[in-house]
Design a protein around this ligand. Structure first.
Ligand SMILES: [Zn+2]
Length: 155
């Protein structure tokens, strides 16, 4: 399938999802033009704030391939990914991102993630989310255990 055909499928998934009561977002993960997995927004249906289409597609593709990395795969998102999904795309090591709608289009439909992008630019103490640094020395124990573990799977 071509890039445009794969994007068309992502958009189709997004539109179909609305008629099933879901959010207007769809995503397709493909390798060499072949679909590996698809995802749609299931936030309200699954009571899961992280069930964005891209995350759903990443989980399905990784599970199908039996791998935590999706290197060599591309993601087609019906809309420009939010910061969470963009982060997930980097963590999954997807090779390329294609998107249909933009952040602006999403905001116009009531999905405004611009504030998260703005929050990321602020110093921690200026963010809307109160956060506190606790038990730093104790927290380092987990990293020591990780560094000392010679059987770990690095990712
Ligand atoms: Zn997202």
């Amino acid at each position: 399938m071509t890039h445009k055909e794969l994007m068309k499928r992502a958009i189709e998934l997004a539109t179909e999802n609305v008629s099933r009561g879901g959010g207007p977002f769809g995503a397709v993960i493909a390798r060499n033009g072949n679909i590996i997995a698809e995802g749609v927004n299931r936030v309200t249906a699954n009571h899961d704030p992280t069930a964005h289409a891209e995350v759903q597609a990443i989980r399905a593709a990784a599970s199908k391939l039996g791998s935590f990395t999706l290197e060599g795969c591309d993601i087609y998102a019906s809309c420009e990914p939010c910061p969470m999904c963009l982060g997930a795309i980097y963590w999954a090591r997807l090779s390329r991102l294609f998107y249909g709608g933009t952040q602006k289009d999403a905001a116009a439909a009531g999905f405004d993630d611009a504030f998260i992008y703005k929050e990321l630019e602020l110093q921690k103490e200026e963010r809307r989310l109160p956060s506190e640094h606790l038990l730093h020395d104790e927290a380092l124990g987990a990293f020591k255990a990780w560094c000392d573990n010679d059987k770990k799977t690095a990712y």
